[in-house]
Design a protein around this ligand. Structure first.
Ligand code: ADP
Length: 400
């Protein structure tokens, strides 16, 4: 029997990331990135069977981008229109109050995802464009939306409620939704597997530290708190986002710097975080600059780590103690300094990082705390594509 294959699509405003994979084994057949859609000077990089194809050309819209990706699939021996793929799984950023599990996409679902754009104006419209493009090219293949917010749907009221006028909050859907849910769910599940314990028996803290960054607290496999809120702007310091702020700063900037909504949006989402403080958002470059004596880079790093510890402390108390602290995503998986500094000096809480295990050249899921420590400190590579592909198959098989 042919193995089941799923195409996973992560459609951004000017890019499409995709992967064709076999959800049972996790084998990646091909993957790629279409960039600069609608901006002129577009490009695609497509990898299959250790062969990478690149092409530069204008890509006017998402359908053209996807068509180009399909052409590359065909060139590398995987014609998607005839390959009989089981489903297409889409990463959709905001599911609002409505969607809290992977959902088969029909017209009504697509419309609701579009309507939820008020909550995620940068993300949901781009997700909709990706879904429409796939519909055009693969009209008979089931498409499934997997929502970044879904895992946090059941957050306790005290954790998800903002202390503002409750009527205004209700009218405008203002609550903490949380994001990166697919990753937090996948990684916490893998952590339980690595420890050989059922997730129901564990208190966990998971740091997802990529360009965007968030942390979650889980009790018995369910999230009880998370750092991102109504939007992915809240919480940790990120590559280009501020994370937590005094909301009065926004009022102050409107009054004194005369910034309008778009100016504030740009400042907080794209011109803040590490980039705003140090001029770079890539952690590797930040490290080089720190090593070269750049004081702004050092200060930005210190603010980043201070915020990590702030949330760690809060979640330790939220949970009343923790069994595992796990790091994932680009920075969490690859940067031993961040892991060591975030957890430094916490032995009295049972949290210790072993310097050798922490700096060992390893890639897979691993423990970096000494064996006898009560709190297991782990590094677990995230794999949102695999989680999305598996969810897509489950939904398709159920025919929901
Ligand atoms: P996203 O998916 O949010 O774009 P990633 O999870 O890919 O982000 O993480 C991007 C970040 O991870 C960047 O700051 C990058 O510098 C950092 N990173 C990726 N690989 C490494 C590495 N090998 N060493 C140190 N940092 C890394």
């Amino acid at each position: 029997m042919e193995p089941i294959r799923v195409l996973v699509v992560n459609s951004g405003s000017s890019s499409i990331k995709y992967q064709l994979l076999e959800p049972d084994s996790g084998t990646i057949i091909a993957s790629g990135l279409v960039e600069r859609i609608g901006e002129g000077g577009g490009a695609i990089e497509h990898t299959a069977d250790d062969r990478t194809l690149t092409e530069h050309r204008d890509i006017p819209d998402h359908t053209a981008g996807l068509r180009l990706a399909f052409a590359k699939f065909a060139e590398t021996g995987h014609d998607l229109t005839t390959a009989g793929i089981t489903a297409v799984g889409h990463r959709v950023v905001h599911g609002g109050e409505v969607f809290y599990r992977p959902t088969l996409i029909d017209d009504a679902v697509l419309n609701t995802v579009r309507e939820l754009s008020t909550l995620a104006p940068l993300h949901n419209p781009a997700n909709v464009r990706g879904i429409m493009a796939v519909r055009e090219l693969l009209p008979d293949t089931p498409q499934v939306a997997v929502f970044d917010t879904a895992f946090f749907h059941g957050l306790p009221a005290a954790a998800k409620t903002y202390a503002i006028d409750s009527k205004i909050a209700e009218t405008h859907g203002i609550r903490r939704y949380g994001f990166h849910g697919t990753s937090h769910e996948y990684v916490s599940g893998r952590a339980a597997e690595l420890l050989g314990r059922p997730p129901e028996t564990l208190n966990q803290i998971v740091f997802h530290l990529g360009n965007g960054a968030s942390v979650s607290a889980l009790s018995g496999g369910r999230p009880v708190d998370t750092s991102m809120g109504l939007t992915p702007l809240e919480g940790l310091v990120m590559g280009t986002r501020s994370g937590d702020l005094d909301p009065g700063i926004i009022l102050h900037l409107m009054r004194t710097a005369h910034l309008d909504v778009d100016g504030i949006d740009r400042l907080l989402n794209r011109g803040s975080g590490l980039r705003g403080m140090a001029g770079v958002n890539d952690f590797r470059e930040l490290r080089h600059r720190i090593d070269a004596g750049d004081t702004a880079a050092r200060a930005a790093y210190d603010v980043y780590v201070h915020r990590l510890r702030h949330y760690l402390g809060a979640y330790l108390i939220d949970l009343g103690g923790v069994d595992a602290v796990t790091f994932t995503a680009g920075v969490g998986e690859n940067n031993p300094d961040v892991r060591a500094d975030a957890l430094a000096g916490l032995h009295r809480f049972g949290i210790v990082v072993d310097p050798e295990l922490n700096t060992a050249k390893a890639r897979g899921p691993r423990r970096i705390s000494p064996p006898q420590c009560p709190v297991q400190v782990l590094v677990i590579p995230t794999n949102e594509e695999l989680a999305i592909a598996r969810a897509a198959v489950t939904v398709t098989e159920k025919g929901q």
